[in-house]
Design a protein around this ligand. Sequence first.
Ligand code: SF4
Length: 340
Amino acid sequence: MIMMINVEKNSPTPHWQQELRAAFSNIDDLLAYLHLDSADLNLHYLASKDFPLLATKSYVDRIKKSDWADPLLRQILPLADELKKHPEFLNDPVGDSQASIMPGLLHKYHGRVLLVTTGACAIHCRYCFRRAFPYAANSAHRSQITAITNYLRDNPEITEVILSGGDPLTLSDTKFKHLVDALSDIQQVDRIRIHSRIPVVLPSRITDGFLNTLVSSVKKIIMVIHANHPNELNDEVQKGLLKLKQIGVTLLNQTVLLKGVNDDPGTLTRLSHRLFDCHTLPYYLHLLDKVDGAQHFDLNDNTATAIYQQLQTKLPGYLVPKLVREESGKAYKTPIQIQF
Ligand code: SF4
């Protein structure tokens, strides 16, 4: 970690928070902005009833106008397909409830825990496996931090803390710093890993204040961004990621393999190259978590492995993400076997 950055005192509401408040949350507004005319708006509204539309303007501006098939649009637009039920698709497909130790703390894997820092996001991804997560009763509110840090001290084998959500970068600078400082005080913790889609969908969030919080932590910081398509990674995203790299953050990416979004080797190849341009290494290519409402994004294993085989022929090894599936109750992510 290197030098601190000067931050203006008493500044008004930060630009990123203004952008967050101005995010698209109304389907008519989004479709009008993108020059799209829906045959049945009611179905979009019905699909968004329990998990509303949300997308920043920065992200929406990367969607091609008048194109229903745009891969970025498919990730955010509520569709009638979400209303179909399937017995294999559940509200808690990865077993979060079984792993819950106390509100806001999940302990699934050896040596690391996950904090559900908030239920807020800057975008609502229609495939999200936590789209039905009971955030109100299960987030790490400030009042729980002491109980959480006590749990960590009682379990000295835990050396890595994952900040997740929701999106931890929606926390204000003050709240985020409070959390990082509390974790930085625990000697056994070596690494703080932040999982966030915000560097991609709201790059203005990478402020000097935020960078200072990371710089001032004595822990190693890993940021896992979530990008699914190369069109998500514009120049502004690249600049934000460069700032993170320059202060010593390790940058990784995880992608969800999604039908109609990135289910071809060419797109995934371009994504890996673009990630590397953005100082970020591809880490995981996840099969879809079978969450209720996301069935239309699912690909069967044969299709997924055929895509992955092709991908391996197009990239150097360091740009090939691991193909995995998360299975409820398992001690690690399951690597998908390739059939030859
Ligand atoms: S940003 Fe992450 S937590 Fe939020 S909706 Fe998307 S996938 Fe889910």
